[in-house]
Design a protein around this ligand. Structure first.
Ligand SMILES: [Zn+2]
Length: 212
């Protein structure tokens, strides 16, 4: 059966795109960094918006550990809209500061010898990270137009640790419950070369462990 005509331009576009991708080694090295958080994000988005709950995906690669999380803004702020008062603006600033200092919130296994790399925050209602991360900002878009009182809004966070021996990691000490009082439960999913692990964390059991 003949392929529909409309597919041809897309096909040739993809070929051109792939050729361009291969032209520079820099682009090739960048590709896993770009693709990984997005695929993790897709997993996180299967979770419902439940106050107190945070969906965390952890991907352990050869030289990095990438944490991707999606959570109701309420978990961090106690509200889910743009700040209206000085006190609320201070809360947002404090949250951004805390999340950017992610190595205080997520203490990686010392065996993996990690250092905090890039932290990316995206939340449409707060105007965070909308432009350079369109895929992450899209789910927040309806909240902007909706009545602010009733709307729910999330924040997406991506944290990259650069590690000398990432595959040796077997745990992350999660200190989010001390930092954010509204947070009650973390549904975590860990992807490593040892397999996939699902864990539930709370204030009483805050250490994420996996593997042997
Ligand atoms: Zn909500």
């Amino acid at each position: 059966m003949a392929r529909p005509q409309t597919e041809a331009p897309l096909h040739s576009y993809l070929l051109t795109f792939m050729k361009n991708q291969n032209r520079t080694s820099a682009a090739r090295r960048l590709a896993p960094l770009v693709l990984l958080p997005l695929s993790s994000l897709a997993l996180a988005q299967q979770h419902a918006h439940t106050h107190g709950l945070l969906a965390l995906d952890v991907a352990v690669d050869a030289q990095s550990i990438t944490l991707t999380m999606e959570a109701p803004l309420d978990n961090f702020l106690g509200f889910e809209r743009a700040p209206r008062t000085d006190a609320e603006r201070k809360s947002v600033a404090a949250m951004v500061q805390q999340l950017n200092a992610a190595d205080k919130l997520f203490v990686t296994d010392p065996r993996a010898e990690c250092r905090l790399g890039k932290v990316t925050l995206a939340s449409g209602v707060l105007g965070l990270g909308g432009e350079d991360k369109p895929a992450a900002a899209t789910p927040e878009a309806p909240a902007k137009g909706a009545k602010a009182q009733d709307a729910h809004a999330d924040i997406d966070v991506s944290i990259v640790f650069n590690c000398a021996k990432a595959p040796l990691a077997r745990q992350i000490d999660v200190r989010m419950f001390d930092a954010f009082a509204h947070l009650r439960k973390i549904d975590a999913q860990v992807a490593t070369d040892q397999g996939q692990f699902k864990r539930t964390l709370n204030k009483a059991t805050p250490v994420l462990r996996w593997g042997r």
